[in-house]
Structures are given as C-alpha cells and as structure tokens.
Write a protein that binds this ligand. Structure first.
Ligand code: ZN
Length: 126
C-alpha cells in the first residue's frame, strides 16, 4: 500500500514530496475530505477516540534464604499464570550475600543457588 496523502502548510504531500493539485484525483479528494472532517471535528464536536486498556500484572514470589532472611521478587508479567517472567532473575540476600537464580520449567517456578560464573564450567571447585 502506498503512503497516505497528508495536508500541511497548505499543500498536499506524499511523504516529503509535495504534490501538484490534480482536478478529479480521487486520492487527493479523499485526503481533502478527511482533512476537512478532522479539521471540523478537532475544532467543533471533538474527534471521538476509542481507548484501549492494558492491565499491568505484577508477579510476586518469595522464599527464605538459607540464613532465614525472606527474599521477595516482583516482576511485571504477561498474565496471572505467567511464571516465565521470573526465569533467570537473580537475587542476592542482603543479610548473608548468598545469590539465587530463578528458573521456570513447564509452568513451575524453582529457585537455585546461583553458582559463580567462574565455577559454572568446573563445579568441583565447590
Ligand atoms: Zn541470606
């Protein structure tokens, strides 16, 4: 579909190209009629809008650190059954500095100790 004709600075434009007025050009007539309609609406009755709504869902999960401190996680989610929104989130206990990582798997949510980057390939260091 080609670009719509717009009217500004008293001229007809297609993109940045100023058009010559052509008598009987249906596309131009249509653009002029729409311009008139919108002009009248904005200045008289108002242009009616059709708002749409989004519901923001925030997902919360919490668990106790090994030290007993409660750790809460809040993330924005797609809907109230979304657990993937937690996936890969890392959280550090502010009391004892243990790090955790969240993993979602087949609709369930789990939390694991987060292994240090240096030990991921060689876990025998633990
Ligand atoms: Zn802790």
């Amino acid at each position: 579909m080609s670009e719509k004709i717009t009217i500004r600075n008293g001229g007809l434009y297609k993109g940045d190209v100023k058009l010559q007025l052509e008598f009987g050009n249906l596309e131009q007539i249509k653009a002029l009629r729409e311009y008139e309609y919108r002009m009248a609406a904005f200045s008289e009755d108002g242009l009616e809008l059709d708002p749409y709504y989004e519901t923001d869902v925030t997902a919360h999960a919490s668990f106790r650190c090994l030290c007993g401190f409660s750790i809460d996680i809040s993330v924005s989610a797609d809907d109230d059954e979304d657990v993937d929104c937690f996936h890969s989130i890392t959280k550090k206990c502010i009391k004892c500095s243990k790090s955790y990582v969240m993993k979602s798997e087949e609709g369930s949510l789990y939390v694991f100790f987060k292994k240090d980057i240096g030990t991921q390939k060689n876990e025998t260091i633990f």
